[in-house]
Design a binder for this molecule. Structure first.
Ligand code: MSP
Length: 513
């Protein structure tokens, strides 16, 4: 745990291109967790940003006949624009071209260079490099035909004088660290992968290049430009105040979770903790690596029209439904396949027919049977709804703390399902016709309004916009932002006499065409 703050990070994305739904999958997951922690009353620091140095960026800029700085200045807003529409509520956004970041990289490099153990040394690198990964490879790592194992693209031969980081000296310390902290890499498949990579033997890696200049110069030898991964990983320290705010750094560091995709686990779970150990800085508490999103089972790419921009889906389904679909559909940690059909099905079944229909029926009944005023509760009328909601909220919490995001949402939806079943059993539309059963009707409507109130709070982290709209329709006096789990979700929080209003549909149906 950061000392006083729950510090969660996304990777910083490469702005050599615009975001696709794979990047957004990562961003939504980070935001969902961050918002949930806030709902629990924790102080949260959610960091994201763009990774703006390196050869890949320089080449993208060259191809567009632009200076790299101009290129990143034009591209970076295209990322923020997507995060804004997806309600990604980050607390800080870092660009690696900012002076505050260069200061942190310089400080970290110096700390390692001067640690007295010769952890950085000059050597000659001769080998292979994939520009798309910004990573070094050996022949053994490559796919048939000499292709990069991640990008299926040819790698480049490099012979260059480089500074190296003595990663090989850290194998034992890394193993001891992971031994002592069993949840430092999650899920278990990734942890095992990391452990076997370390046990197979670690090679020193190059931390500087001399053949291009788009990056941070090494403080002791300015001909050398810092390797982009060494530069990029340091962003997590920069934003915590490593170079300029020791007091804040003490509060915020170590990061609680670096939430990344599985393709960059080696950098986060091997290079990064070793770099920090070498600099005398505590490693992050946890690296959590999720799976990869495919489109109709295929890897996303521009060339086969699978590189989908998030706006294409947000325009059709809305922000809340977008966030809901990806987190509810895919088991977090595993790969998942996107399809328009499954997204449409989920939207209509879970949201339009599930929660949306529940809310509109309850609000319509309140409008016509009690003039839109929440009535008094009645003994026994709520049946098992108090227990069902209480149990669901507790399971929600347990799953969220374990990053079981899909199951967490399943727990919340057990409330929706039960409430819809309750309506069918209790048939308030029949009670309304019988003046002798007014109290019972009142009790049933109260229970329904109360269940909606609890649901609005529970869905806030995943669907902040829909939660806010539902909250408004429920007419609760206190702001949604002041609600906390579990204190605010305890049964009975709705005050009789509250005036509700039936607004537009929370989730209009989407046609399958
Ligand atoms: N710049 C580096 C990260 C540096 S962090 C110190 C990078 N950038 S990236 O833009 O290529 O990827 C950013 C994140 O998006 C990574 O976590 C990556 O796993 C994730 N994804 C990219 N494509 C993805 C899918 N198709 N599916 C799920 N996540 C994907 O790597």
């Amino acid at each position: 745990m950061g000392r006083d703050v729950f510090y969660i990070t996304s990777p910083i994305y490469y702005p050599n291109d615009v975001p696709h739904i794979g990047h957004a999958y990562n961003a939504v997951a980070v935001d969902f967790i961050a918002r949930y922690r806030r709902l629990r009353g924790e102080r949260v620091f959610h960091l994201t940003g763009t990774d703006e140095h390196g050869l890949k960026l320089q080449r993208a800029a060259e191809a567009a006949a632009m200076h790299p700085q101009r290129w990143v200045d034009e591209m970076e807003p295209k990322w923020r624009e997507v995060w804004a529409r997806l309600d990604i509520g980050y607390d800080d956004y870092i660009r690696t071209t900012e002076p505050r970041h260069e200061a942190a990289v310089t400080k970290l490099l110096d700390a390692v260079y001067e640690n007295g153990r010769d952890d950085i040394y000059l050597g000659t690198y001769e080998g292979l490099y994939c520009v798309a990964c910004e990573a070094y490879y050996t022949e053994d790592d490559l796919r048939e035909g000499g292709l990069c194992p991640i990008h299926d693209r040819p790698v480049e031969h490099v012979t260059e004088e480089n500074y190296f980081f003595r990663l090989s000296a850290y194998a034992d310390r890394l193993l001891a660290h992971y031994e002592a902290n069993p949840s430092a890499v999650e899920p278990a498949t990734r942890r095992n992968e990391v452990l076997s990579t370390i046990k197979a033997g670690l090679r020193d890696f190059s931390i500087s290049r001399t053949t291009f200049d788009w990056g941070v110069p090494l403080p002791w030898d300015a001909k050398h430009i810092c390797y982009v991964w060494f530069d990029a990983l340091t962003n997590y320290l920069t934003a915590a105040g490593y170079a300029d705010d020791p007091q804040r750094f003490a509060e915020v560091w170590p990061a609680d979770v670096h939430l990344i995709g599985k393709d960059i686990i080696r950098f986060h779970a091997i290079y990064w903790p070793a770099m920090l150990m070498a600099a005398g800085v505590e490693p992050p508490t946890q690296v959590w690596a999720h799976g990869f999103l495919t489109v109709g089972g295929k890897k996303m790419s521009k060339t086969n029209a699978t590189g989908i921009h998030p706006f294409e889906l947000i325009d059709r389904f809305g922000t809340d439904s977008y966030r809901w679909y990806f987190m509810r559909e895919i088991r977090f940690g595993e790969d998942g396949s996107f399809s328009l059909e499954s997204m449409t099905d989920r939207h209509n079944a879970d949201l339009a027919n599930g929660l949306g229909n529940l809310a509109s029926r309850v609000l319509a009944m309140l409008a016509s049977y009690t003039g839109g005023v929440v009535p008094e509760p009645a003994e026994g009328a709520a049946d098992d709804l108090p227990e069902v909601t209480d149990r669901a909220i507790r399971r929600y919490d347990e799953h969220m703390l374990a990053a079981e995001l899909q199951q967490a949402l399943g727990a919340v939806w057990s409330i929706v399902d039960r409430a819809n079943g309750y309506l069918v059993e209790r048939e308030p539309w029949k009670l309304a016709k019988d003046p002798a059963r007014r109290d019972e009707l009142a009790g049933v409507l109260y229970a329904c309004a109360e269940t909606l109130r609890i649901l609005a709070i529970a869905i806030q982290p995943i669907m902040p916009g829909a939660a806010e709209r539902l909250w408004e329709q429920l007419g609760v006096a206190e702001p949604l932002a002041s609600q906390r789990v579990p204190s605010s979700t305890a049964w009975g929080g709705t005050r009789p006499g509250t005036v509700v209003t039936k607004g537009g549909a929370l989730f209009p149906r989407v046609d399958a065409d």
